[in-house]
Design a protein around this ligand. Structure first.
Ligand code: AHR
Length: 524
């Protein structure tokens, strides 16, 4: 009896942490470190758009050149100039959509530089990223070939900052028109008869900053003008994407929504995270202690509040949720590796747990968040793939995407979790972040992140509306917080089978190791 009172007391004083009604997280003062999870299998409504697991490739450092493009004459095995090892690895994580060519690069990119015979293409300075010469070997045709090889959708970022309306209009016509127009014929002359499908087109990138340093009022007007000429040809239907705020710049969101809501199908938000430093001293990707680990966990959790606040503003102008929120740049941003190319960083267990938190939070907002694009896919920021000449490795973050791919297209299930706090230096965050979904065959997947780098967590899980017959689990964890894969030891971190899962009286019991990402598969 006494124990029961203690449990009730603990639940009552628990602090509800999360901003999303679909993933309630309550911090308890439970000293036993037991997590209680309820998954409402009987209450799922919304689909998790596969595009929540999207990616981003910019002409930056070695993301596109070397990361994808090596050229047809390269010794590195390639298909029409695109490296095969990278495409093969990425196919395993089911890339649903790829955003290109930037980033800041997009508002300096003139698409006609990147079509026609490769040896005749113009050479331009990449003004944003190290002033390297971009010989435009990778342009529209190569990007669309890459999307076809990956089996993913294309998300093109158009140039508003330094481009013209005519240029943007012609690019869309060039790619999507099946007519006998000059633009469609130019595409045919360059080797592509049938038009491509372009489902997503961004009208500018970070136009509050590198995309033209505009005010929201000015951008909203410019947006409305440019989007008028982004047309649907030959059955292609474009989701027109407006540039939204940097993180929690709610003023930008408010003005752009207010002035241009009827002309957009989606609006973006960008959210980058780091440890305890500032933008001039972001800290090392691999050399850090618990202070920096904790800071990243806390900063990552901030995405939930930012999304909740953005959605509140969107609800004001779009109560029926016609307009989607795209988090089309997110991830960790550390000091570049010494001697590495622009924004090249390593990727540790810390990045993996951060990615798992982000993806769980995105899932829980899937009624409004319909796409996200981690920055960036190869060799830049929180990459899936690192290359060194002909060699290639996958990162811990890649493994998180591979483990979480089971959520793509599944139905989100509401969750309630009570977990102890993860405390560091008088600060608190929840120690466990979760989301769950049910796929078309009835399998329930539960993804859990244990933020605490010191303590394993016992989890009791009840599924409302489902009697579990079999549960399996996969875990990504490591001995140390800064463990990572290298070209010498590429498999230091990779998923393994999670042992010790039991089912008794319909309650699943499992131990979630410290600093880990776990995905459980529950069969009815
Ligand atoms: O992803 C790197 C850069 O970060 C992008 O080019 C820009 O959009 C953002 O500021």
């Amino acid at each position: 009896m006494e124990k029961l009172y203690i449990i009730i007391f603990v639940l009552l004083i628990g602090m509800v942490w999360t901003g999303s009604a679909r993933a309630k997280t309550t911090i308890t003062s439970d000293k036993d470190n037991v997590n209680q999870l309820i998954v409402h299998v009987d209450k799922g409504k919304e689909k998790i758009a596969p595009e929540i697991y999207g990616h981003f490739a910019e002409h930056l450092g070695r993301c596109v050149y070397e990361g994808f493009w090596v050229g047809e004459t390269s010794d590195i095995p390639n298909v029409r100039g695109i490296r095969k090892d990278v495409v093969d690895a990425l196919k395993k994580i089911q890339v649903p959509v790829l955003r290109w060519p930037g980033g800041c690069f997009a508002d300096d990119y003139h698409w006609k530089d990147g079509i026609g015979p490769r040896d005749e293409r113009s050479k331009k300075i990449n003004n944003w990223w190290g002033s390297m010469i971009d010989a435009n070997q990778f342009g529209t045709h190569e990007f669309m070939d890459l999307c076809e090889q990956l089996g993913c959708e294309a998300y093109i970022a158009g140039n508003v900052g330094s481009g013209t309306v005519e240029e943007m209009r012609d690019w869309v016509e060039y790619m999507t028109s099946d007519s006998g127009s000059d633009m469609a014929n130019l595409r045919r002359k360059n080797g592509r008869d049938k038009p491509w499908k372009i489902p997503y087109f961004g009208i500018g990138n970070e136009n509050w900053g590198c995309g033209g340093n505009m005010t929201p009022e000015y951008y909203a007007d410019i947006y409305k003008r440019f989007q008028t000429y982004v047309r649907n040809y030959s059955g292609n239907e474009i989701v027109k994407v407006a540039c939204g705020p940097n993180g929690a710049d709610l003023h930008w969101m408010d003005i752009v929504m207010q002035k241009a809501v009827w002309q957009m199908n989606a609006i973006t938000v960008h959210y980058y995270v780091r440890g305890s430093g500032d933008w001039t001293n972001k800290g090392s990707a691999t050399q850090f202690g618990e202070k920096e680990w904790f800071a990243l966990m806390k900063n990552t959790l901030g995405i939930d509040d930012v999304i909740a606040k953005d959605i509140k503003i969107m609800d004001k102008y779009d109560p029926n949720k016609r307009v989607a929120l795209f988090v089309d740049e997110w991830g960790t941003w550390w000091d570049s590796e010494p001697g590495g190319t622009a924004l090249y960083q390593q990727n540790t267990m810390r990045d993996a747990v951060s990615a798992g938190i982000f993806l769980n939070v995105f899932n829980s907002h899937c009624d409004r968040v319909k796409m996200t694009n981690i920055a960036q896919i190869n060799n830049v920021l929180q990459a899936m793939i690192l290359t060194k000449g002909k060699d290639m490795i996958v990162t811990p973050t890649y493994h998180v995407f591979e483990m979480f791919k089971v959520h793509q297209g599944a139905t989100l299930l509401p969750t309630d979790i009570s977990c102890p706090a993860y405390k560091y230096d008088k600060e608190n965050v929840p120690s466990m972040i979760v989301s769950a979904s049910k796929n078309s065959s009835g399998t329930v997947h539960i993804s859990l992140c244990n933020l605490d780098p010191n303590n394993d967590a016992k989890l009791n899980c009840k599924l409302e509306g489902l009697k579990p017959s079999k549960v399996t689990g996969r875990v990504l964890t490591a001995e140390t917080m800064n463990a990572h894969n290298t070209f010498e030891n590429p498999d230091t971190i990779k998923p393994t089978t999670l042992k010790g899962i039991t089912i008794k009286d319909n309650i699943i019991t499992v131990t979630i190791p410290s600093k880990s990402v776990v995905v459980l598969a529950v069969q009815p």
